[in-house]
Design a protein around this ligand. Structure first.
Ligand code: GLN
Length: 282
């Protein structure tokens, strides 16, 4: 006898040991296997799972029990006003990165050029670049990543989401970008310190280390971007950087030492210091 939806949901309680959001996780995985909405699970609790469905569900539960992120199991993650395809080639987009998008759109409102060039460094799944490009179809967005694997997925996401005003480039941060060209550079680079205990927790062990970990207490890539961006930003252009919870003061000092002006820090939705905005005087 196959199990019912209600019994499958009950079996999912095993996830309590690995996930704070175990109930939601189980609902998402079961709904995915059935090809139905989460509401369906509560409307039809006594509906039976087919043999394949039950096997698929138990397989997903086992993988989740072993720590695999829900976003990778589903193969997608909601970000901004769309859904991205994600897998272990890319960092799972975080809600706090939507704050970076929000600030970038705010800064962009003041652009005098109708088609400014904007770069997203370390684009990963393409999350930031796609959000900016879709909100501003006239912007010319350059999405950079050092990982050809990540770029492949970012390209796919852009195509599926109809973001045509993005060009993709394989490279390290500002390498290969044109000098004195960009009205804005945004980045959510790796900023977790090597050996940080968070790397062993939650989804992080399954994500690409190259997207998470940076040298110099997590500031290595952020400092490189600050130095390199000076060459490619236009006069009075903007640099927006996501950073770790305890890095804002050091970043502000770094930016000031490198000659940036109008340096403003922002918090994320959890009230944690999360990003800096700074202007390059040229
Ligand atoms: N905010 C992520 C985390 O700590 C890290 C992302 C990043 O390094 N850019 O989970």
């Amino acid at each position: 006898m196959s199990i019912s939806i209600e019994e499958a949901l009950a079996a999912g309680a095993s996830l309590q040991t690995v996930s704070d959001s175990w109930r939601l996780d189980v609902e998402l995985l079961l709904a995915e296997v059935l090809g139905k909405s989460r509401e369906h699970l509560y409307a039809w609790p006594s509906e039976s799972l087919g043999t394949d469905q039950e096997r698929n569900f138990r397989d997903l539960l086992d993988r989740r029990l072993a720590g695999e992120p829900v976003a990778y199991l589903l193969g997608r993650k909601a970000f901004w006003d769309f859904e991205l395809q994600v897998d272990s080639r890319v960092l799972i987009p975080r809600p706090e990165t939507e704050c970076l998008v929000e600030q970038a759109l705010q800064v962009g409102k003041a652009f005098s050029d109708a088609s400014p060039r904007v770069a997203d460094l370390g684009t990963g799944s393409g999350a930031i670049a796609i959000a900016l490009a879709r909100s501003n179809p006239l912007w010319l967005v350059t999405a950079v990543d050092i990982s050809a694997d990540a770029l492949e997925l970012a390209r796919l996401n852009a195509a599926q989401l109809g973001a045509e005003n993005i060009e993709f480039r394989e490279g390290s941060w500002c390498d290969g970008l044109e000098a004195d060209e960009y009205a804005m550079i945004v980045a959510n680079p790796p900023y977790v310190a090597e050996g940080d205990r968070h790397l062993q927790q939650g989804d992080l062990p399954f994500e690409p280390a190259i997207a998470l970990v940076a040298s110099d207490s997590g500031l290595g890539d952020l400092s490189l971007i600050i130095q390199q961006s000076k060459l490619v930003l236009k006069k009075d252009a903007w640099l927006l950087l996501e950073h770790g919870f305890d890095q804002q003061d050091r970043l502000r000092t770094l930016l000031a030492n490198e000659g940036f002006k109008n340096i403003v820090g922002h918090k994320d939705y959890a009230n944690t210091d999360r990003l800096v905005v700074a202007q390059w005087p040229g």
